[in-house]
Design a protein around this ligand. Structure first.
Ligand code: NAD
Ligand code: TYD
Length: 354
């Protein structure tokens, strides 16, 4: 049997593929456009593995996707591919509309044609699992209850709006055509192979390079943080046992203000890789201009996936963040290799004013 993964060279997708193939022999066809965020080196340990087929291509290429589905006959599609960075969506929303909305639509069409032609048993067993985000729900006030699956959608950034649109399309394909879909809405992930444009890896990489640690606004924005391997286990769980057409919130039960995250990273680096001058990495923190439309708080109520499917995270934030910082310290070549010219151009553009 085979599963078809989109975006499996990105942060979460590559962690998912690596974990999947470490745990079973079921083949993975991995379609990724290798945008700036996709990195084939994330999959280096799979070279020569006959159960992994990597295909360089776009989810919006319906002919390619149709051909791959017909050839490999997967029992499931796990859809990770997306433009995923809020700050980039503010600078250039077009790519988000193209990949997250139009690309998901093209993918849905190719899957609908493939699924519709399957014989009844395979049709009944088939699943599309759509990987989404808690950001579709918008921003919470300080004391509001955490997002449940029935919280209204109120996306505030071009990124979250494009993800919300893709969630709606997936939902509509279930209701209209009966496509067997599952959707997960997860909070902020962190862990190995995270591209250093996002908060946690950026702080680790900048700290070590002696650069400023740019905290937006007052640093009191709150996110829920989940170790990426726990997100991968939640996805496997929903794929195996999720109820068709349902959505599942996935989170770490770990709300924290950004400044506290940055302090934690600095303190771990002080312990594991202290500065030569003995001064704390916290001294590199620099408060910079806030993100436009910055959501103040996200919080996930992950009771449903626990109650119905028995899933809960294995890592605490303390254990997960320690593993993460250690992984970056142990993998300087990976860090160096992702900091290409394009990465440097982004950093120069994004943090120019500060
Ligand atoms: P990422 O940006 O690290 O990786 C995205 C991958 O998709 C890259 O490998 C990229 O090359 C590929 N891709 C982009 N456009 C494509 C296209 N048109 N065709 C094929 N491949 C394409 O993202 P991530 O952090 O790994 O996120 C994966 C998914 O999980 C996304 O759908 C994102 O919305 C969702 N999500 C992410 C988080 C998080 O904290 N990172 C949290 C919740 C949900
Ligand atoms: P990010 O990792 O971009 O994830 P998201 O915006 O999808 O939640 O950012 C996490 C939080 O950290 C968010 O509130 C913005 C903030 N942030 C900074 O303060 N400084 C930075 O340099 C970055 C990249 C993010």
């Amino acid at each position: 049997m085979t599963v078809f993964v989109t975006g499996g060279a990105g942060f979460i997708g590559s962690n998912f593929v690596l974990d999947w193939l470490a745990g079973c022999d079921e083949a993975v066809v991995n379609l990724d456009a290798l945008t700036y965020a996709g990195n084939v080196h994330n999959l280096d340990s799979l070279r020569g593995n006959p159960h992994h087929v990597f295909v360089h291509g776009d989810i919006g290429d319906a002919a390619l996707v149709g051909r791959l589905l017909a050839e490999h006959r997967p029992r499931a599609v796990l859809h990770f591919a997306a433009e995923s960075h809020v700050d980039r969506s503010i600078h250039g929303p077009g790519a988000f509309v193209q990949t997250n909305i139009v690309g998901t639509f093209q993918l849905l069409e190719a899957i609908r044609a493939y699924w519709g032609a399957l014989e009844p048993a395979a049709r009944a067993a088939f699943r599309l699992l759509h990987v989404s985000t808690d950001e579709v729900f918008g921003s919470l006030s300080k004391d509001a209850p955490a997002f449940t699956e029935t919280h209204p959608y109120e996306p505030n950034s071009p990124y979250s709006a494009s993800k919300a649109a893709s969630d709606h399309l997936v939902r509509a394909y279930h209701h209209t055509y009966g496509l067997p879909v599952l959707t997960t809405n997860c909070s902020n992930n962190y862990g190995p192979l995270h591209f250093p444009e996002k908060l946690i890896p950026l702080m680790i990489v900048n700290a070590q390079a002696g650069k400023p640690l740019p905290v937006y606004g007052d640093g009191q924005q709150i996110r829920d943080w989940l170790y990426v391997k726990d997100h991968c286990s939640a996805i496997r769980c929903v794929l195996a046992r999720g109820r068709l057409g349902e959505t599942y919130n996935v989170g770490g039960w770990n709300e924290m203000p950004n400044l506290e995250i940055v302090h934690t990273v600095c303190d771990l680096l002080d312990e594991l890789a202290p500065r030569a001058d003995g001064i704390s990495y916290r001294t590199q923190i620099s408060f910079v201009t806030d993100r436009p439309g910055h959501d103040r708080r996200y919080a996930i109520d992950a009771s449903k996936i626990h109650r119905e499917l028995g899933w809960r995270p294995a890592e605490t934030f303390a254990s997960g963040i320690r593993k993460t910082v250690q992984w970056y310290l142990d993998n300087p070549q990976w860090v160096q290799q992702v900091q290409s010219g394009a990465y440097r151009e982004w950093v120069a553009q994004q943090y120019a004013a500060n």
